[in-house]
Design a protein around this ligand. Structure first.
Ligand code: GDP
Ligand code: MG
Length: 162
């Protein structure tokens, strides 16, 4: 069975865009309106000659539980099946309360987590990624899922941890 790379994070941070970047094709559904991805969708992927499964997450609606709980719950299901987790944050927005809920859950897992500081589309925005050191997952990886910037370094690191 190939190892599993789970892509988690709150709606609209660019998870599905990153999945498409990893796949090298447009398969995961990217929307300006958050919440369109079905709960979990798996894809077969390959990087540096390593085969693995990418799990995209989403599909959370505001329900009685509220958004924080739904995001953390979906993220937990994906984290439990993952060998490596990419926790995606919108670096332009910074860490939100929903991100903190995911952080709490992830701290309890004994899984490798790479913190993806997404939407860093150019060098001038890189300082915004530095504030995410505070989440406690070590170095934030500055990435532009949209343009591909930083994605190769991130994936090199991710497959090295599988
Ligand atoms: P998801 O809900 O986390 O899966 O987010 P999506 O992948 O659907 O992306 C949400 C929105 O953010 C879309 O409009 C994307 O085009 C945009 N987006 C994703 N990645 C980037 C990025 O690296 N830079 C910028 N500027 N926009 C991005
Ligand atoms: Mg999505």
């Amino acid at each position: 069975i190939p190892p599993v790379l789970a892509i988690i994070g709150r709606p609209n941070v660019g998870k599905s865009t990153l999945v498409n970047r990893i796949l090298g094709r447009r398969e995961a559904v990217v929307e300006d309106v958050p919440g369109v991805t079905r709960d979990r969708v798996s894809y077969q992927a390959e990087w540096n000659g390593r085969d693995f499964t990418v799990v995209d997450t989403g599909g959370w609606e505001h329900d009685a539980k509220g958004l924080h709980a739904r995001v953390a719950e979906q993220a937990e299901i994906a984290a439990d099946v993952a060998d490596v987790i990419l926790f995606v944050v919108d670096a332009r927005v910074g860490a939100t309360a929903t991100d903190e809920a995911v952080v709490k859950m992830l701290r309890k897992k004994k899984k490798p987590v790479l913190l993806v500081a997404n939407k860093i589309d150019d060098f001038n925005q890189e300082s915004e990624a530095a504030t995410l050191w505070g989440l406690g997952f070590g170095q934030p990886w500055p990435v532009s899922a949209l343009h591909g910037r930083g994605a190769a370094d991130l994936l090199d690191e991710a497959v090295s941890k599988m």
